[in-house]
Design a protein around this ligand. Structure first.
Ligand code: AMP
Length: 208
């Protein structure tokens, strides 16, 4: 099954995608993670992406589309995949639609108030990318990842100015994708305001 997780930053796409990936053994493909890896490794692609990312703006379509096309051709995507953070524009959706068929598009939604609360207190493992929250999903030991003992940090784009940009970009560029996939009868709307377990269960129910 080919699944897209759609929704604003901080809605919980990464958490749900990770759990879906475990349950169904499909790869979790997060363009944000792929771009951050490129930035960390200082590749040409990473150097181009960094400026946009730090400001909370989108990386140009052609860069992201090329990266995702390459990734989806890998063998582990043959039976299905979970896309997290892609597509984010109508052009990206058109492009991916021209070479892959989607089965479900899960639209996770929560209030802006909750997004700001979630992102501001989100922490990420600098080694394995696991996601924590200082209130809802605390690590056992402060500042340390439960899974790999890596150091937790706050993403640059989870700071207030970048959060506001990311929400604006989402409304303008990404939100129109809800109607786009509604017209294709692929949208499943899920309330993302519960705990990670609650949201995951709702998603599994709605895509089964
Ligand atoms: P995320 O981890 O999904 O919140 O993505 C972090 C940042 O990576 C975004 O704010 C964008 O700058 C960039 N990014 C991730 N996915 C895309 C995409 N599909 N198109 C353009 N930029 C993206």
């Amino acid at each position: 099954m080919n699944i897209i997780l759609l929704g604003p930053p901080g809605v919980g796409k990464g958490t749900v995608a990770g759990k879906l990936s475990e349950k169904f053994s499909f790869p979790h493909i997060a363009t944000g993670d792929m771009l951050r890896e490129n930035v960390a490794q200082k590749t040409e692609l990473g150097m181009e992406a960094k400026n946009h990312m730090d400001k909370g703006l989108l990386v140009p379509d052609d860069v992201v589309i090329e990266m995702i096309k390459e990734r989806l051709q890998k063998k582990d995507c043959e039976k299905g995949f979970i896309l997290d953070g892609f597509p984010r524009t109508i052009n990206q959706a058109d492009q991916i639609g021209s070479f892959t068929k989607m089965d479900k598009v899960v639209n996770l939604h929560v209030s802006d108030e909750l997004i700001i609360k979630r992102l501001g207190r989100r922490r990420i493992c600098s080694e394995c990318g696991s996601i924590y929250h200082l209130e809802y999903m605390k690590p056992k030991k402060e500042g340390i990842c439960d899974k790999c003992s890596g150091k937790l940090h706050q993403r640059k784009d989870d700071k207030p100015d970048a959060i506001i940009n990311r929400l604006e970009v989402y409304r303008k560029e990404t939100e129109p994708l809800i109607k786009y996939y509604q017209d294709k009868k692929l949208i499943v709307n899920v309330d993302g305001s519960g705990t990670p377990e609650e949201v995951f269960e709702l998603v599994v129910e709605d895509i089964s």
